[in-house]
Design a protein around this ligand. Structure first.
Ligand code: MG
Length: 203
């Protein structure tokens, strides 16, 4: 099982971190040990002093594929949820400065949170997904997939030019503006429209 992540897929988020708007998807991966198991406690990582949340729509791959064209890409994912791509922003800043890979900042154990799954229906596929993240019951991120630079279908197409996708793989599709710090005892809750998808206490 693989976890793909798209970086800088919303213009307002690319700008808030001072990054250029990408011309092709920025792709990185997390290992399966990054996937947070539900009901397990989430501990603030000891190697960071600046833990950031990034709320994202996560797709679930339902079909094995390689070289998938954009027009059949929607056959390859059957459900979505809201998740968090946790980032040790201080570690990432150091790595970026040195031009080094991001894994120490992004791919550590439990850095990939997911909520409950929503099956795609034809009606859900047709409209944008509205999602949000609350920190201590205040909304800190609001997302609308209509504002993605690269669509779900284009992302699947692009990823499969380089990698096979397999049943059960996940794709984090990027975060909108509003990323920020969280600390011990914060409560993070992800929503699809008004429905709560996960609640996470930072210990
Ligand atoms: Mg992200």
């Amino acid at each position: 099982m693989k976890i793909f992540c798209v970086g800088r897929n919303y213009v307002d988020h690319a700008k808030e971190l001072g990054n250029a708007v990408p011309e092709e998807p920025v792709i990185f991966m997390k290992p399966k040990t990054a996937l947070m198991q539900s009901n397990a406690p989430f501990y603030y990582p000891e190697f960071s002093n600046e833990l950031h949340y990034e709320a994202e729509v996560v797709l679930r791959i339902c079909k094995n594929g390689r070289y998938v064209d954009e027009y059949s890409a929607s056959d390859y994912y059957d459900a979505f949820t809201i998740g968090i791509d946790f980032t040790a922003r201080d570690v990432q800043a150091e790595l970026k400065k040195k031009g080094l890979p991001w894994e120490k900042a992004k791919a550590w154990d439990n850095s990939a949170v997911i909520g409950k799954w929503v099956e795609f229906t034809p009606a859900i596929r047709k409209k944008p997904i509205l999602f949000s993240l609350q920190k201590n019951r205040e909304t800190v991120q609001n997302g609308n997939t209509e504002n993605m630079i690269f669509s779900f279908d284009y992302i699947v197409h692009h990823i499969t030019q380089y990698f096979s996708v397999n049943i059960g793989d996940l794709i984090y599709t990027g975060t909108p503006a509003g990323v920020g710090e969280c600390v011990t005892d914060d409560l993070l809750e992800g929503f699809y429209e008004k429905e709560k998808m996960f609640a996470l206490d930072i210990k």
